[in-house]
Design a protein around this ligand. Structure first.
Ligand code: SAM
Length: 484
């Protein structure tokens, strides 16, 4: 294996810092800024990128390039690190983190875009020169030229561990996921009744660019309106969904809060709660116990306003800033509502046995939303799980206290991890003789207007959606009813 040394004397590629600044396009600067912010201060790419694009006043074409470079680099980080490690003569940990960000972005351009290798290398070297000086630029030039000597498949064939002796290590490098996430997703497939052989498809789907979906809030907008405004087509599952090409923020209905960007998986689990059969009359007392930033609360509120004009939605969120976002999400929805900044684990006595429908969309690892939040896979670690699963159990228990006898609770996560899904529900059910689990597939069928047989939802009673099967986030849904 040929390896680059930082001190290798490559001829300077002209121009010094001033020349480099002229060649680094705004798109690459924006992508680099976002990627370093994700690493340095735990920023969320999906929140920061639109702001950075606006601030840099990028054209639509450059905005698309910045988006591709940001997400592609963050998704591919694991596999690019394996390739870069093979091209240098010291551990990756010894490479300056900002330089490594630029090398990853360069490797992405060289190995996974249609940008020509020469342009990909030279613009990356310019970026490094601008941010880290001439010495680092020479190093980057040497490394990326080595990277460009082979295509991605050839590199992966060389740097990925053997598929037979180390299957998880192999999949981790080839599909750019940490090995512990590979193992967790295999367990998740098997726990939720799917063959482990689907794992490569699931990992590959995590690296696909997701279709952007929007929900036309019922009573406020329609899919037809969104499509006329520029939405591209009907959703696959939700009757209120459209798929959006281009920037969803440009759709007037979204600007006015009558529609929202929302993955179809989130729409489906929310609508399933509204469709589940309660015993006795639904009085319209609905509770969203983990509501921030308010996407599902807005959909719940819109359905409630249509079905029970006298109903009231109570939305609880522990983070004040996120409670503010819930207020904003509900501003355009004509439903009586109260947003409380509070700990959902503390249900006041006056709210016990009170609500017809309760949503517990619990804080989770987010391993089901890696398409949209690619950095989560590198940020999370197995050590996060005990804290999350403890909180999930407590919130589920508290939510069940709030349900009235005969009422229904939806326990939802955007993670398929067994410890956050099936195990939490089984533990709580074991402790609570007053609760039965419903077949969530029936409620999903009602919500989507499609027969269970067409939905590919497995054996039930819980529902696990999958990116590679349903094209949605991997949302988990368990429906629980309190005894009458
Ligand atoms: C998965 S998110 C909910 C997403 C939301 N349902 C939506 O669709 O926009 C979980 C939320 O629970 C909040 N949270 C965490 N701990 C909480 C607690 N003890 N009580 C209430 N909310 C909590 C988090 O701040 C986060 O906003």
């Amino acid at each position: 294996m040929t390896q680059a040394r930082q001190k290798r004397p490559n001829p300077p590629r002209g121009g010094g810092r001033a020349g480099a600044a002229a060649r680094v396009t705004g798109a690459r600067e924006v992508a680099y800024e976002v990627i370093t912010a994700v690493r340095e201060r735990d920023a969320y790419a999906n929140l920061l990128l639109p702001t950075a694009i606006r601030r840099a006043r990028l054209s639509a074409r450059d905005a698309a390039l910045a988006t591709e470079l940001t997400y592609g680099t963050l998704r591919g980080q694991g596999r690019y690190d394996a390739v870069i490690a093979a091209c240098i003569d010291r551990p990756l940990d010894d490479v300056d983190p900002g330089l490594l960000d630029a090398l990853r972005m360069g490797a992405h351009q060289v190995l996974a875009t249609r940008i020509g290798a020469h342009a990909a290398v030279s613009t990356s070297v310019d970026l490094v020169r601008l941010h880290a000086g001439q010495g680092s630029a020479r190093f980057a030039n040497a490394v990326l030229r080595r990277v460009a000597e082979k295509d991605l498949d050839t590199w992966l064939g060389e740097v990925a561990p053997d598929a037979v002796s180390d299957p998880d290590g192999h999949l981790a490098v080839v599909h750019s996921h940490p090995a512990w996430v590979v193992r967790a997703l295999r367990d998740a497939l098997v726990t939720h009744g799917r063959p482990a052989a689907e794992l490569p498809d699931l990992l590959a789907a995590d690296n696909d660019r997701p279709t952007v979906s929007a929900v036309a809030l019922p009573g406020l907008s329609t899919p037809e309106e969104l499509r006329a405004e520029g939405g591209a087509g009907p959703g696959r599952w939700s009757p209120y969904a459209v798929t959006v090409h281009g920037s969803p923020e440009g759709l007037p209905a979204i600007g006015a809060g009558r529609a929202r960007v929302q993955d179809e998986g989130s729409q489906v689990v929310t609508l399933a709660l509204t469709a589940a059969a309660v015993e006795g009359d639904d009085t319209g007392a609905w509770l969203d116990l983990c509501a921030g930033p308010g996407g599902k609360a807005a959909l719940l509120g819109a359905v409630l306003a249509q079905e029970q004009p006298d109903g009231e939605l109570v939305a609880v969120e522990s983070q004040p800033h996120r409670a503010g976002l819930v207020e904003q999400a509900l501003a355009a929805v004509p439903v009586t509502h109260e947003v409380l900044t509070a700990d959902g684990r503390q249900i006041p006595d006056s709210d016990k046995d009170c609500y017809d429908r309760v949503l517990v969309d619990a804080p989770c690892s987010g391993l089901g939303a890696l398409r949209r939040r690619p950095e989560a896979r590198w940020r999370r670690s197995p050590g996060d799980l005990p804290g999350l699963t403890g909180l999930q159990r407590d919130l589920l228990d508290a939510g069940l206290d709030a349900v009235r006898p005969g009422g229904v609770l939806a326990y939802v996560t955007c993670s398929p991890h067994p410890a956050e899904t099936a195990v939490v529900v089984a533990d709580v059910l074991r402790k609570r003789a007053d609760v039965v689990q419903l077949d969530a597939r029936e409620a999903v069928a009602t919500a989507t207007g499609r027969p269970v047989a067409e939905l590919d939802l497995g054996a039930g009673p819980a529902v696990q959606l999958w990116p590679h099967r349903h094209g949605t986030d991997a949302m988990y849904l368990a429906l629980l009813r309190k005894g009458g």
